[in-house]
Structure formats: C-alpha cells, structure tokens
Design a protein around this ligand. Structure first.
Ligand SMILES: NC(=O)c1ccc[n+]([C@@H]2O[C@H](COP(=O)([O-])OP(=O)(O)OC[C@H]3O[C@@H](n4cnc5c(N)ncnc54)[C@H](O)[C@@H]3O)[C@@H](O)[C@H]2O)c1
Length: 448
C-alpha cells in the first residue's frame, strides 16, 4: 500500500510530536545571544537534549565551561545544565543531523541604507539545509519582514530536494523577550506561532507547549506572525515618537511633560503611557519598523506614520545636545571645553546592552563639539565608539560630580546614587525623569 502526500505528512508530524511529547526529541538553537541562550536554557530545563549553534568561538567556549554572559539567564541553572550534558554548544553545523527541531535566533540588522539585512538568517538556513533530514522542524524566531519564512527560508530548505510541509516542517514564531524585565521572561511570555501548513503549526505549537509556561496563540500563516511582531514594535516606536514630540513642545511651553503623561495615565481606558527619552536603542524598536517600510516599497506603499516617528526619534540625540548647550550657556559656559559626566551608555535601564544606544551618537556629538566626557555605567564596562574602545566608571565619586560642568543622565539605571548626584552636581540634565521630586529643589536640575 502506498501512502498519499497528506498521509505521509501526517505520519511524519505524528512521529515528531510523539518524540517531542516524550522528550526524546533533540532541540537545536542557532544563535546563542540575548534571545537564543535563554531559549536554549528553557528547552534544556524542560528535559530536552539541546545543542546550541553559534559562530562566535568565545561564546561557545564560555557556555561549554558553564559561564553565562546574558543577564536574563541564571548562572547556576546554565552551569548545572552544562554539567549534566543536557545542553552543549558548538560551531559544528554537522550536528544538525542529530537534531529533530531547530530554532533560528540570529541577528536581523539594517544595512547602511536602512534596508533589511537578512544575510545572517540566510547563512544559518543554508548551513541547516546541508544537514536537513526528513521529519525535521525549523522555526525562525528572528524579527523580520512579513514573507521571510516563505520567500527566504523555504526555497533554501527545499534545495536538498525535500518539500516543505511534506518532508519537513517550517514555522515562524516571534521572540518577545524584554531583556531586564523582572516579570516577563522567555518562559512566561505568550507565544505566537504560524506554520506553513497545519501540520507545521501543530508540530511547532507542540514544541513550545512542552517548553514554555505561557499560552501559545496560533495564527494562520508565518506572514501573520511576522507582521504581528512588527506591529508590536512599530506601536512602541510610534508612541515613543509621540511622547518625544510632546516633550519638545512642552519644553517650549514651560510645561512638565512627565506630569502631563502621569495625569493622562489616570484614565482607566483608551490611554497607555509612553515616555520620552534621549532616543531609541536596542536591537528591536529602532530597527524593526524599517523592515516593514522597506518591504512596503515592494507594494508601492509609503509608510508615512512610521517614517515621521522615525524622524522624531532619530533627532532626539541632537535635541539632547542642543538642550545641554542651552543649559551650559545659561551658566556662561560653552560645550566646547566643558566636562560632561554622562550616566549610562546602555540603551535602557539595568541592562548591559548598548546596541543602537542613543548614548553613542550623543558621545560622538560631544566629541565633535570639543567637550571632555566620561561615562559612568555600572552594567557596561567597555564600549566601542568610532573604532576606539572606552572603559566606563562603575562608581560615582564626589570629586567626579563636583568637577563636572554638566551631569547628563542618558540611562536611569536603578543602581545609580541619585541622592548623591542631586547633592553634589553643579548642573543636571535628566533625559529620563530619574529623580524624585524632593531631589529637584536646588534649581540646577532640568528634565527633558
Ligand atoms: N534582544 C532582544 O531583546 C530581542 C527581542 C525580541 C526579538 N529579538 C530578535 O531576535 C533576533 C536575535 O537577537 P539577539 O538580540 O539575540 O541577537 P544577538 O546578537 O544577541 O545574538 C545573535 C547570535 O547569533 C550568532 N550568529 C550570527 N550568525 C550566526 C550563524 N550563521 N550561525 C549561528 N549563529 C550565528 C551571533 O554570534 C550571536 O551570538 C533578532 O532578529 C532580534 O531582532 C531580539
């Protein structure tokens, strides 16, 4: 008796679902960064044998020695999983042949022309396709434009002569991890999953149900899941753009924008507070909307709202410099030659990631204007600026505060000693509303 295509697909899907439910499936995670490492750890904790793949030799060595480098991963948990051989890391893609399901978490940056750069996803997929075997599940988690799973991954994976949905299963499930978030982690954040076929969705959903505590929300296609992720981050980008525009106008009108937002937030429906700041940062909010803008051009559509918000948000570092100049000017000082003590190079509070941080263009402009700057950041020890490496100060001293012409708060890390700063600094420009009201009394404190 020969089986028809649908029966073959169903059989392969049932076999994989059985392996996943019995925890005999081997899970691969490609890209062991902020997204991939926590996910690999969750899979291993759920009882799966996990193989992590990365191209960064130093990361592989660290993991295999049980050394953690991601804030949201528990050091002891990782060490125990490595010790127990439940999780190993490797650069050797040939181990994909032992893997039943693989999740791709590689970077999706923009190129210099603000166009989607899917080259990491393509490279990783090609490596996987070399060892792809029947009955395997591939899930893309990297944030990307709608259509990537179908238009980029599927053709590469089908090259060895295997057919998507029939011989292997393919799905997209966006990662929503919010580094530094104390409440929502990889395991308890609801997950959206969309497969190329019903079986693809079913297999991927089974995997996540076995690993995560959170609800799994199925959608009808990878494109829906890809688009919903971009919607989430575009929603944040645009609302932060609105908050920034309000901040600029409120400053001109002598109104405290933070008080305005707090007042608006008392409305129990129809309003959600977003806050202004020195500019967007991180690997998601400043980047993801441009993936959509880029894709929209293929459909002859101009994403006006996204681009307006982008313009406002991208101009915030320059706005911070202009306000700093005005504040120094009132004290009879120029930015040129002034000592600026910058607090925070990380893109948001209590994390060690400075990718796309607004602190970088701000420091570049301070350099261009001839200011002398020093950075205090208890989370980021070193950072790169224009090809040079800089070391930050971890602690604040009274002397540092007294000798600074301006203290510029870019990142409101909880660990910073705000009381000491308020007491000893000559002039403070706070882009994050970091100080409590009773600290703001000396007349030398200014907010965005
Ligand atoms: N960081 C976040 O907060 C976050 C949240 C949600 C979604 N995302 C998305 O998840 C994806 C990954 O982001 P991240 O922050 O984890 O990035 P990351 O840079 O921290 O990690 C990516 C890892 O992939 C590795 N890598 C690159 N090319 C590879 C290849 N060919 N094979 C194997 N490994 C490779 C890198 O060495 C790195 O370790 C991106 O698409 C991002 O937009 C990130």
């Amino acid at each position: 008796m020969t089986l028809n295509t649908v029966e073959v697909e169903k059989n392969l899907a049932s076999e994989l679902i059985k392996k996943i439910n019995e925890k005999t499936a081997v899970i691969g995670v490609v890209g062991l960064g902020y997204v991939g490492l926590p996910l690999a750890v969750e899979n291993a904790k759920a009882g799966y044998q996990v193989i992590g793949f990365d191209v960064h030799t130093e990361k592989i060595e660290k993991i295999n020695r049980g050394i953690n480098y991601i804030g949201d991963v528990n050091d002891e948990e990782l060490a125990e999983l490595i010790e127990a051989n439940q999780f190993i890391a490797t650069e050797d893609y040939s181990l994909i042949k032992n893997v039943d399901a693989v999740v791709i978490c590689v970077p999706t940056p923009l190129d210099v022309h603000k166009q989607a750069d899917t080259s990491y996803v393509e490279t990783a997929t090609k490596e996987i396709s070399n060892y792809l075997h029947k009955g395997m599940l591939i899930v893309l988690e990297s944030t990307t434009y709608p259509g990537t799973t179908e238009e980029v991954l599927k053709p590469i994976l089908e090259q060895p002569g295997l057919s998507c949905g029939k011989d292997f299963f393919l799905a997209y499930s966006p990662e929503r991890v919010d580094p530094g978030n104390k409440t929502f982690k990889t395991s308890n954040t609801p997950k959206v999953v969309g497969g190329m076929t019903e079986s693809c969705t079913e297999v991927a959903v089974t995997m996540y149900k076995n690993v995560l505590e959170a609800d799994i929300h199925e959608v009808s296609s990878p494109a829906v899941a890809e688009m919903e992720k971009i919607l989430e981050n575009t929603f944040r980008n645009i609302n932060i753009g609105l908050a920034n525009e309000m901040a600029i106008l409120c400053n001109k009108m002598g109104i405290d924008v933070w008080e305005v937002i707090d007042a608006a937030a008392t409305k129990p429906y129809g309003f959600m507070p977003f806050y202004p700041g020195p500019g967007l940062g991180g690997h998601c909010i400043p980047i993801d909307p441009w993936y959509l803008t880029w894709k929209a051009r293929e459909y002859n559509y101009h994403t006006k709202l996204i681009e307006s918000a982008g313009e406002i948000n991208n101009a915030m570092p320059e706005y911070v410099i202009n306000r700093s100049m005005q504040l120094l000017n009132k004290k009879g000082k120029a930015l040129n030659g002034s000592n600026i003590l910058v607090f925070g190079v990380a893109y948001k509070k209590d994390i060690d990631d400075y990718r796309e941080s607004p602190a970088i263009p701000i420091l570049e402009m301070l350099d261009e204007m001839g200011a002398n700057w020093k950075v205090v950041d208890p989370y980021v020890n070193h950072f790169e600026l224009n090809g040079s490496s800089y070391t930050t100060e971890n602690d604040i001293t009274e002397q540092m505060l007294k000798t600074a012409d301006l203290v510029l708060i870019i990142t409101n890390h909880s660990k910073l000693e705000y009381k000491l700063i308020a007491e000893k600094a000559n002039l403070i420009f706070d882009t994050r509303n970091s100080f409590s009201v009773d600290m703001e009394t000396k007349g030398n404190y200014f907010k965005l």
